[in-house]
Design a protein around this ligand. Structure first.
Ligand SMILES: Cc1cc2nc3c(=O)[nH]c(=O)nc-3n(C[C@H](O)[C@H](O)[C@H](O)COP(=O)(O)OP(=O)(O)OC[C@H]3O[C@@H](n4cnc5c(N)ncnc54)[C@H](O)[C@@H]3O)c2cc1C
Length: 445
C-alpha cells in the first residue's frame, strides 16, 4: 500500500470504539486521523482518582478477561472475585434473578404469562407488553417496568419491544454461569457479552489504575494520528459518498469516515445529503452519577441494588468496592447512585451537595445510619448515557442498524450504533465494521 497516496480515514471520537478502529487500521497500515473533541481520550471509559484514595470510573466499571487479553492488558488486570445484584421492593431485598423467582407472587405471575398465548402475541407491541409476556404481570409492573421507565424517561408502552433483546440469557444459562462463579470463586460474566458466548472462562477483571487503562493501551503507538480538542462539526458528502470532514473550520479530504458521535448529532454534521436526517429524532437519556463516599464497607447487600420504587430519586445503587475493594481506602466505601434525568430538569441542574444530601436522605431507608457515615460526594454528569428505543422511530433505528445509507460513512460504537453495547461488544463489533470498510474500499489496503 502507498500510504502517502491514500487519503486518510477520519475517525470521530477517542473513546473505546474510535481507538479500537484506530489501532486496527494502524495494524493494517491504513492511514487515519482520529479527532477527539475533549482534551483527553477514553470517552465514557475514563477513570478519576481523588487525593483521599477513592477511584471513580465514569460510566463503565467492569470489563472481562477476554477483552483485556485481546487489548493486551491481561497481565495488568486483577480478577474480580464477586459480583451480585439485588432488587429492593417493599422493604425486602431479593437476589437477582433467582431471589425474585422464589417470591410466590412473581413466580405465579411468570407461570401464568407462559401459558397465556394472548400475552405472547402482544409481546412485540411494546417494551411494556414484552416484559409482561416474558416476566409475568406482577414482576413486570413492580420491578422491570418502573426500572425501565426511570432509566429511559419514557413510558414502557412507548418503548419498542427490542429493549428486551439485550436480556437474552435463559434461566438455565444464568443458573449455569452463577454456579460457575461460585465454583471458580471468580465473577463469571452473565449478560455482559453478546458477540461471543459467555462461559465459565470469561470473568470480570479490573485494570490497574482504572478502566481508563484500556484506552491508554489502545492509543499506544498511534499518538501521531490523534488530534485532541478537535471536535468534528461537518462531514461533507458528494454524490452520496463521504469525502471530507471539518474541524476548527478546516476541511480534511478523507477516504471514509468512522463516526462514534451520537446519531442525532451525526444527522446535524452531515452536509450535502438528507440521507441521515431521520437519525436526528433518535434520543439519548442523560444521567447523573452521585458518588457517595462513606465510612464502612458492605453497606449494600450486593454490588448492585436496583430500586424500582418511585419514591427513590435513583434507580440503581452500586457499591463498587464490594467487587473491587481497591477502589476505596480500607474501612471506607463508595456508593454510586444513578439518576436518569433531562438536561432541562431539576436533577441535572441541582447543586452537587444538594444532590448528595438528597441521596443520603433516601438511602437511610436502606442503610439506617448512612448520614453518620457520609463523607461527601463527587457528582459526574453525562448528557448522553443510554439510547432510548422509542417505538415511534423503531424503523429508523433498524435502518441505522443496516447502514447509514451513505457510502464511506460508518456509524460505530455505543452511541454511533445507538445500541446498549458494553465495551467487549463495542470492541468486536467495531473491528468487524472496520473489516467491512476495508473490504468495501480495497483501495485503502
Ligand atoms: C452508566 C454506564 C455504565 C456503563 N458500564 C459499563 C461497564 O461496566 N462495562 C462496560 O464494558 N461498559 C459499560 N458501559 C458502556 C461503555 O461505557 C461504552 O460501551 C463505551 O464507552 C463506548 O465507547 P464509545 O467509544 O462508543 O463511546 P464513548 O465512550 O462515549 O466515547 C465517544 C468519544 O467520542 C467523542 N466525540 C463525540 N462526538 C465527537 C465529535 N463530533 N468530534 C470529536 N469527538 C467526538 C467524545 O468526546 C468521546 O470521547 C457503561 C455505559 C454507561 C452509560
Amino acid at each position: 500500500m502507498n500510504i502517502t497516496a491514500t487519503k486518510p480515514v477520519a475517525i470521530i471520537g477517542g473513546g473505546p470504539a474510535g481507538l479500537t478502529a484506530a489501532a486496527f487500521l494502524r495494524r493494517h497500515r491504513v492511514p487515519f486521523i482520529l479527532y477527539e473533541a475533549g482534551s483527553k481520550m477514553a470517552g465514557l471509559a475514563a477513570s478519576f482518582h481523588d487525593t483521599d484514595g477513592f477511584s471513580y470510573d465514569f460510566g463503565a466499571h467492569f470489563i472481562n478477561n477476554r477483552l483485556a487479553a485481546a487489548v493486551g492488558i491481561g497481565s495488568r488486570c486483577r480478577d474480580v472475585l464477586y459480583y451480585g445484584e439485588s432488587v429492593l421492593v417493599r422493604g425486602k431485598t431479593y437476589g437477582y434473578p433467582f431471589g425474585l423467582l422464589r417470591e410466590p407472587r412473581y413466580l405465579l405471575g411468570g407461570i401464568a404469562s407462559r401459558i397465556m398465548p394472548q400475552s405472547r402475541e402482544r409481546a412485540n407491541h411494546s417494551a411494556g407488553a414484552w416484559f409482561r409476556a416474558s416476566y409475568g404481570r406482577t414482576l413486570a409492573d413492580e420491578v422491570a417496568i418502573p426500572l425501565l421507565e426511570a432509566w429511559s424517561g419514557a413510558a414502557a408502552e412507548d418503548l419498542a419491544a427490542s429493549v428486551g433483546n439485550k436480556l437474552q440469557n435463559t434461566i438455565a444459562k444464568t443458573l449455569f454461569l452463577k454456579a460457575a462463579s461460585s465454583f471458580t470463586g471468580r465473577a463469571v460474566g452473565c449478560g455482559y457479552s453478546h458477540t461471543f458466548p459467555e462461559n465459565p472462562h470469561v470473568w470480570h477483571v479490573y485494570p490497574e489504575g482504572g478502566i481508563g487503562l484500556l484506552c491508554q493501551k489502545l492509543a499506544e503507538g498511534i499518538e501521531d494520528s490523534i488530534r485532541l480538542e478537535s471536535p468534528v462539526d461537518g462531514i461533507l458528502v458528494e454524490n452520496n459518498r463521504a469525502v471530507a470532514v471539518r474541524s476548527h473550520g478546516k476541511e480534511q479530504a478523507v477516504s471514509a469516515v468512522l463516526s462514534t458521535a451520537p446519531c442525532h448529532i451525526l444527522a446535524r454534521m452531515v452536509q450535502g445529503t438528507d440521507a441521515v436526517k431521520p437519525f436526528a429524532q433518535l434520543r439519548y437519556r442523560p444521567m447523573v452519577f452521585v458518588n457517595l463516599r462513606l465510612e464502612g464497607r458492605g453497606l449494600l447487600k450486593d454490588t448492585v441494588v436496583w430500586t424500582p420504587e418511585q419514591h427513590f430519586t435513583f434507580f440503581r445503587l452500586t457499591e463498587t468496592p464490594l467487587s473491587m475493594p481497591w477502589l476505596a481506602p480500607e474501612g471506607k466505601t463508595l456508593i454510586t447512585a444513578d439518576i436518569g434525568c433531562e438536561k432541562s430538569d431539576e436533577i441535572w441542574n441541582m447543586d452537587d451537595d444538594e444532590l448528595g444530601d438528597r441521596c443520603i436522605q433516601e438511602m437511610s431507608e436502606i442503610i439506617p445510619d448512612v448520614r453518620r457515615r457520609y463523607l461527601g460526594c463527587r457528582v459526574l454528569r453525562t448528557p448522553i448515557a443510554y439510547p432510548v428505543y422509542l417505538n415511534a422511530y423503531e424503523t429508523v433505528r433498524l435502518q441505522l442498524e443496516r447502514s447509514t445509507g451513505i457510502a464511506g460513512l460508518y456509524s460505530i460504537g455505543r452511541n454511533g450504533e445507538f445500541s446498549h453495547a458494553l465495551m467487549e461488544d463495542v470492541y468486536w463489533r467495531t473491528q468487524n465494521k472496520v473489516r467491512t470498510l476495508m473490504m468495501q474500499h480495497p483501495e485503502l489496503c
